[in-house]
Design a protein around this ligand. Structure first.
Ligand code: PEP
Ligand code: MN
Length: 263
């Protein structure tokens, strides 16, 4: 179902004002984690003003350490919904299991499967049964074939609104948090009709690398970007070093519009 042979036309996923696929560039932005109403409202205000269409925010955080902040759960979903409504942004949040999926569907417009759950096949099947677009992140060490088969799990249950997300893979390089595989963009376009977006924040782990990787992704034909933005990155409970502040995000959006028009 995911392959070009199954469908030649590019799949276009529309979520409120965001269009993933075709000749569009969709921008998702927001904090790694929902921390408070004030934090998300501030982020949403700048994201809307800069031209973003989708607000991200984690309410369930699958952290490497069990002692790290695990997310605000349902309260976080409520905050995300409130900020999305206030600023006219669509919303997306990560789901980590069937209970969080069921709850998230009551609050957000799109759900996200994180890198650590790319091969959680029961979760993929559950997401395949809901009527919400799904962002499927590439597994930390997943091949493109494995990633597409994970998308196949979702589609085989009836949900054809799948957006693939390249977020960097694990290599021997340790300077960056992960290694962004930009070649995944044209390869996916060749193999599949599904839209593909890039997450330059988790790919690099560094706010100063987000701009260049975003531009590289646009030049490579990406359908959208998911960028971490925090009103005060130095105070973030999660992923502060890779988060842009509102001024950096606003300036980057101006540059990205020029790059997108040039390609
Ligand atoms: C995230 O987007 O907040 C996240 C945890 O990303 P990943 O699953 O790519 O690590
Ligand atoms: Mn994060």
């Amino acid at each position: 179902l995911v392959s070009r042979e199954a469908r030649d036309e590019p799949t276009v996923v529309r979520v409120k004002e965001a269009i993933f696929g075709g000749d569009h560039l969709a921008i998702i932005a927001g904090p790694c984690a929902v921390e408070s109403l004030e934090q998300v409202m501030k982020a949403a205000k700048y994201i809307k003003a800069a031209g973003g269409q989708v607000l991200r925010g984690g309410a369930y955080k699958p952290r490497t350490s069990p002692y790290a902040f695990q997310g605000m759960e349902e309260k976080g979903l409520e905050i995300l919904k409130q900020a999305g409504n206030e600023y006219g942004l669509a919303t997306v949040t990560e789901v980590i299991d069937e209970p969080s999926l069921e709850l998230a569907c009551d609050y957000v417009d799109m759900v996200q499967i994180g890198t650590r759950n790319m091969q959680n096949f029961r979760l993929l099947k559950a997401v395949g049964k809901v009527r919400k677009p799904v962002i499927l992140k590439r597994g930390l060490s997943a091949t493109i074939e494995e990633w597409l088969m994970a998308a196949e799990y979702i589609m085989s249950e009836g949900n054809d609104q799948v957006i693939l997300c390249e977020r960097g893979i694990r290599t021997f390089e340790t300077y960056t948090r992960n290694t962004l595989d930009l070649s995944a963009i044209p390869v996916i376009k060749d193999l599949s009709h599904l839209p593909i977006i890039v997450d330059p924040s988790h790919a690099t782990g560094s706010a100063k690398l987000v701009g260049s990787m975003s531009k590289g992704a646009i030049a490579s034909g990406v359908d959208g970007l998911i960028i971490e933005v925090h009103p005060e990155p130095c105070k973030a409970l999660c992923d502060g070093p890779q988060s842009l502040d509102p001024q950096q995000f606003t300036a980057l959006m101006e540059e990205l519009k020029r790059v997108a028009n040039a390609v």
